[in-house]
Write a protein that binds this ligand. Structure first.
Ligand code: NAP
Ligand code: G4F
Length: 350
């Protein structure tokens, strides 16, 4: 019989890619979904008949206990989180409750149900832990310097995972994942915001896009590559923590230029600071404006990861480069009217 996996955050970007991967490997997949008055399972549309969904929330310990007791999973992938860094500044307490304490609720339930020797646990940790570090590239030994409520909550979770591994012997891994994107990326993250906008412009819609810090640098990879790394961590002989990253970093400014290149528009930048604009170099039309609303109270300036350990110990390799990722995202946004089909194709390719 195949293994049983419980995926929290199954309705999110990574949840959809991971569910597809696990199904392709013969797993019985269970997913935690939040009760909602609107449909939240859009990303899973191709797989709904193959996944068992359970209502729950990481802020509710009772439901977690009942679920683990009933499902008795072999592997738990904890992907659920309030995952938006900027929003975490306005929802610090909520973010701490879900992204931090939510992980402790899961770990404590595993312990109290005597599942320590049965279950393997993956925690969606993050490169945001490196925060204000001056060291680049960042690897598993780089000191953490979190600078947002999101990163602080994820750091607490990171250490709880290590504690349950060291103290109780739980097979538990932190995947310290750098930014990863896809056509299924949430619309309020910068890559998707830009690729959706480029698609709108290609369709002839006249408008401008407001962005924040164009100089921030991120190590952007593809979610499909990264969920494979999550699975590999739980198949290793020993539990450990791993960085997954592409090793390349680009500015938000370069992201904009790359997305517009896909629709044959080149961008000229004129002005400075809040008055800077990105204009269509052929027509002079203003496409990008800067808004202080999109700057964060504290910014992570530069992320670039070194995933040598994952390459050596897990045999993990990325398949996508940045340009291919952005091309796929723009093309998917151009064909949004066929989204479910696109999604199915993309997910089946995992
Ligand atoms: P995402 O698209 O924002 O998905 C987050 C998921 O968590 C959604 O399914 C969401 O449910 C669920 N969720 C939110 N609050 C919850 C709660 N209180 N209880 C239960 N579920 C809740 O995020 P993602 O990009 O797939 O990322 C997956 C995980 O990896 C997150 O933990 C994120 O912090 C972490 N991470 C992401 C990246 C990245 O670049 N993508 C990098 C490093 C780490 P709804 O659909 O109902 O909102
Ligand atoms: O796309 P972002 O919102 O992603 P961010 O903050 O790097 O967080 C993502 O990656 C983390 C891993 O490092 C995850 F843990 C986290 O869950 C999430 O998936 O912003 C990327 C950069 C930032 O520097 C931001 O200031 O883009 C800059 N940016 C500039 N203008 C913008 C915008 N970000 C957003 N969301 N919207 C803008 O208009």
């Amino acid at each position: 019989m195949g293994k049983k996996a419980l995926v929290t955050g199954v309705t999110g970007q990574d949840g959809a890619y991971l569910a597809a991967l696990l199904l392709s490997k013969g797993y019985e997949v269970h997913g935690l979904v939040r009760p909602s008055s609107t449909k939240s399972t859009e990303r899973l549309s191709a797989y709904l008949d193959k996944i068992t969904l359970h209502y729950g929330d990481l802020s509710d310990g009772g439901v977690i206990t009942r679920l683990l007791q009933n499902i008795q999973p072999d592997e738990i992938y904890n992907l659920a989180a309030q995952s938006h860094v900027h929003i975490s500044f306005d929802m610090a307490e909520y973010t701490g409750n879900v992204d931090g304490l939510g992980v402790t609720r899961l770990l404590e339930t595993i312990r109290s149900l005597n599942l320590i020797d049965k279950v393997k646990f993956y925690q969606a940790s993050t490169s945001e832990l490196f925060g204000k570090t001056q060291i680049s590239p960042q690897n598993e030994n780089t000191p953490f310097a979190p600078c947002s409520p999101y990163a602080a909550a994820k750091l607490y979770a990171y250490w709880m995972v290590r504690n349950y591994r060291d103290t109780y012997g739980l097979f538990a891994c932190n995947g310290i994942l750098f930014n990863h994107e896809s056509p299924l990326r949430g619309e309020n993250f910068v890559t998707r915001k830009v690729t959706q906008f480029a698609a709108d412009i290609a369709r002839g819609q006249k408008k401008t896009l407001a962005l924040g810090n164009l100089e921030a640098r991120r190590d952007w990879g593809h979610a499909e590559d990264f969920v494979r790394g999550m699975w590999l961590m739980l198949q290793a002989d020993e539990a450990d923590d791993y960085v997954l990253a592409t090793g390349q970093t680009h500015t938000v400014r370069y992201l904009v230029e790359t997305a517009f290149k896909q629709i044959d528009i080149s961008i000229d930048w004129i002005g400075a600071a809040l008055d800077e604009k990105g204009v269509n170099s052929r027509t002079g039309e203003t496409l990008i404006e800067i808004s202080k609303d999109h700057f964060r109270p504290a910014e992570v300036d530069l992320l670039r990861g070194d995933s040598s350990k994952a390459r050596q110990k897990l045999g993990w390799e990325k398949k996508y480069d940045f340009e291919t990722l952005i091309k796929e995202m723009v093309e998917a946004d151009l064909g949004r009217e066929i989204t479910p089909e696109e999604t199915r194709v993309n997910l089946r390719a995992v």
